[in-house]
Design a protein. Sequence first.
Length: 141
Amino acid sequence: MKQPDQVKRRILAEWLRKADADIAVAERLLPNEATFLNAVAFHCQQAAEKYIKAFLVWYEIDFPKTHDLEELLDLVETSNRDLAASLRDVIVLTLYGVELRYPGDRPDATPDEAREAVKLARQVRDAVLPLLSDPPGNAKA
């Protein structure tokens, strides 16, 4: 039988694998920005969401099924105020998770927005990953 820590590590690894794939897709598509701007922005939102959810899994914070990065960061704040505060700029990515996916909901992403989205997704990754090596319960407040 698997120990709870092993299960948590497996789930964490799955979230990180999917987040890494999303950011890799965005980075690969970015040079073709004239064609794939919306896809770049969407995958950046998805990567940021999954890195944040990985943090929440690691620190055993329940979260709803949502694409709302502000809602997720509010949950992060219960464990790590500094991290949540440092990532508030990424909330803008929430629009790319749903509204950008359907016609008429929002104008297409611009080249500047796509580049900024990649920057923000990397910011989330770079802020969250180092915190996943500490044992749960040792989050910096």
